[in-house]
Design a protein around this ligand. Structure first.
Ligand code: SAH
Length: 469
């Protein structure tokens, strides 16, 4: 009998991976991952991911990272390019990761999003139709909010983005997806802070004041909010800075100082001080007024949000006698825009500030038949179920992790005729859809993707479920 002594070193060296670091090879790109990375299947079980590589393209790649089950590579040369490619002249957005699909023609971006939903539903063995993604007429400069880091570099206060995995701030002034007035405001505010030699937070030393400049701008109202997010509690030359910003930004409605020490907060803290003007700005959505504070969640693509909510309400086939639940309600946008078509709206949301905003927004729009409850949605659904609530329509607009089984069972037990699922993550949507269908619902019509985030890999969609009778 032969005894093999295998040690860990042997196992490692014997695991033969199909690629080697720095190896170059000529390949054809097989597929595209939803984040925009091209996929080359080196073997059926070993993919390599490549930025800016489109299916069908023939490229020479160089392997840059070898992991156990997959690798990464970069393009050395394009031998044949796809007719879906466009030269955006904006390679920096791919490096930054802020607009990873920018080199893909917009129609191809829309089709990628449709196909992704389709594939995920098929994987759940659900045979559903997915409509063509509704896109923007002009899929650029659409965001109503941005937050950018600043850093002193080479004697200048620089705004831009951190190169992935580094502390190097790459300057950027044209973000391509922000309202252009926002991009201009960032530069103006940054230059004023530079003029007064305000320190900026440095990720290496963990010292310095300003971490981010955040800007929000009302799409219809044009009202501008500037938030200085600071690691220090006070800002030097405050009065002079405020005066300069007011002169430079005539649209300014609200100037806020957000004290957000790095060790406690990822981005903004709840700690706001109004330096000038109002605490909030306003904007309208489908003709309704909404109050937007520095910490409020507000959809970033106003034009497409109107299309999304309008279609969701139409697909819900609302009736004047309906009791409607608006779950994961944020500041009440969905419920408030449908309230005048139904009997009653019940909203549930877990962030206290958002619920407070929803209540203000109700009043601002003279909505009297809505109620916004501060609670965890699955827990509140259980309470509603126990109280024998019988809603007709349930809207759900959950975060990326989707619904819980508890929420789905409580919904099914309350037996609404229609469930309207607005999803920002098709992975959890398809998973939840399987569960909802299994518990006695059918998908009514087709799943409808609406492109809220052109140039990026995010996929938003509406699915309506109808109760089987
Ligand atoms: N419908 C709103 C918000 C959608 S975003 C709009 O379109 O503006 C998802 C919302 O779900 C966020 O406001 C988030 O705070 C909320 N949320 C997250 N987890 C929750 C939970 N467990 N219970 C209730 N709300 C939750």
């Amino acid at each position: 009998m032969t005894v093999y002594i295998v040690n860990a070193y042997d196992i490692m060296t014997r695991t033969i991976l199909p690629v080697k670091l720095h190896e170059q090879m000529t390949v054809t790109v097989d597929d595209i991952r939803i984040d925009g990375m091209g996929i080359v299947n080196i073997t059926p079980t070993y993919p390599v991911y490549i930025a800016d590589a489109i299916p069908g393209e023939k490229i020479i790649l160089e392997v840059t990272q070898v992991d156990k089950f997959s690798g990464y590579a970069k393009v050395i040369e394009y031998l044949e390019t796809s007719d879906k490619r466009q030269n955006s002249q904006r390679q920096y957005l791919i490096d930054a990761g802020t607009a990873p699909l920018v080199n893909l023609k917009y129609e191809a971006q829309l089709e990628l999003k449709r196909a992704q939903i389709n594939r995920l539903f098929q994987a759940q063995k659900l045979n559903v139709a997915v409509d063509t993604t509704i896109g923007m007429e002009n899929p650029t400069y659409y965001r109503n909010k941005t937050i950018v880091p600043v850093k002193w570099q080479d004697g200048h206060l620089t705004s831009g983005f951190y190169r992935r995995g580094s502390h190097e701030l790459v300057p950027m002034t044209d973000y391509f997806v922000n309202d252009q007035a926002i991009d201009q405001a960032i530069v103006k505010v940054r230059d004023i802070l530079e003029k007064y030699q305000i320190t900026a937070f440095d990720p290496d030393s963990q010292q310095g004041a300003i971490r981010y400049i955040m800007i929000r701008r009302g799409y219809y109202s044009k009202e501008l909010m500037v938030v200085l997010v600071s690691n220090d509690e006070i800002i030097a030359h405050e009065d002079a800075i405020v005066a300069d910003i007011c002169v430079q930004l005539p649209e300014l409605k609200s100037l806020i100082f957000n004290f957000s020490p790095k060790k406690d907060f990822v981005l903004l803290s709840p700690n706001n001080r109004t330096l000038w003007g109002e605490k909030t700005i306003h904007d309208t959505l489908l003709g309704y007024n909404f109050i937007i504070g520095p910490n409020s969640f507000y959809q970033v693509n106003p034009k497409m949000t109107e299309i999304l909510y309008d279609l969701a309400a139409k697909k819900a086939k609302l009736k004047a006698t309906d009791i409607v639940i608006d779950a994961y309600s944020g500041i009440g946008t969905i419920g408030i825009t449908v309230a005048n078509r139904v009997k009653k709206v019940l909203g549930v949301e877990v962030v206290p500030g958002a619920v407070a905003d929803a209540q203000l927004n109700m009043r601002a729009n003279h909505v009297e038949n809505a109620e916004y409850i501060l609670a965890d949605a699955p827990e509140q659904f259980k309470k509603w179920q126990d109280a024998q609530l019988k809603p007709d329509v349930v809207f759900v607009d959950p975060p990326r992790r989707g619904l819980t089984s508890e929420l789905i069972s409580a919904t099914v037990n309350m037996a609404p005729d229609r469930i309207v699922y607005i999803s920002c993550n098709p992975v959890t949507l398809a998973r939840d859809a399987a569960e909802i269908i299994q518990q006695g619902y059918d998908i009514d019509g087709a799943v409808l993707p609406v492109d809220q985030f052109p140039q990026t890999s995010h996929v938003e969609s509406i699915t309506v479920f109808k109760r089987k009778h």
